[in-house]
Design a protein around this ligand. Structure first.
Ligand code: GLN
Length: 235
């Protein structure tokens, strides 16, 4: 099967390097002999109805407000969710998938895309620094997720969404949980890029899109990166 990875609005949601998540998915699929392609969609382009995994990254308040307006007009992300495609969104991308999010010091409320049952408002302090979480429902060394968070918004989950992980170090959603999962829509706060730091999460997204499991890939340099990042955050 071929796999189309769609990187959405890198020019708006690309300041934290989250576009690296697209490269990680592409390479991990290709290393397994899967015919994977990357489609980059910028404002003004239509989102393809053929995409299998849609990726959104972090960005400033203004950029995320523009992105949500464009994505509503396009409608392609809603169609993607309706046909059970995978959506993986980081930080600002995560916030705009929710019902609403606050921007600026006044926490002005903006309507989101409503694809995740979450709402985001300003928290008591900006969350900046290394974050370590434990991936809910997963065991072993790969269940530790590391990344770098930098956000003012804190996110509350409604009953349709479940937290992706539990916070060990850092802020995440702001209530001890991190990220949200609803069907094949996943949102999370860490940058890194998070899929470079956590290959098991990358493989989970590939498996969700492909509809079957994947054999593990042995890459010593990925293990070494994880060892260093885990040691750094654990202190
Ligand atoms: N502007 C949002 C916030 O500060 C998202 C920031 C980000 O994407 N890193 O909460």
């Amino acid at each position: 099967m071929s796999l189309e990875i769609v990187l959405v609005y890198q020019s708006l949601l690309g300041i934290y390097g989250d576009q690296g998540n697209a490269k990680v998915l592409l390479k991990r699929a290709q290393w397994r002999g899967i015919d994977a392609t990357l489609t980059q969609v910028e404002p003004g382009d239509a989102l393809p109805d053929s995409g299998d995994i849609f990726l959104l990254g972090g960005g400033e308040d203004g950029a995320q407000t523009s992105a949500v307006r464009l994505l509503k007009a396009d409608g392609g992300l809603h169609r993607a969710v309706d046909r059970d495609a995978v959506v993986f969104a980081v930080c600002a991308g995560y916030q705009i998938l929710g019902h609403s999010f606050g921007v600026g010091d006044a926490d002005d409320l903006r309507e989101g895309l409503g694809l995740l049952d979450v709402t985001t408002t300003r928290g008591p302090e900006r969350a900046v620094g290394e974050i370590l979480t434990h991936w809910n429902g997963h065991e072993g060394e790969q269940a530790w997720l590391t990344g770098f968070e930098n956000h003012g918004g804190y996110t509350a989950l409604g009953p349709q969404a479940t937290p992706l992980a539990t916070v060990e170090v850092g802020i995440g959603n702001g209530d001890g949980t991190e990220g949200a999962v609803q069907g094949k829509v996943l949102g999370t706060y860490p940058h890194g890029p998070v899929l470079a730091r956590n290959p098991a999460l990358a493989d989970h997204l590939l498996e969700q899109a492909l509809g079957h499991g994947l054999d593990p890939l042995e890459r010593w340099e990925h293990d070494e990166l994880r060892r260093q990042r885990l040691a750094a955050v654990r202190g």
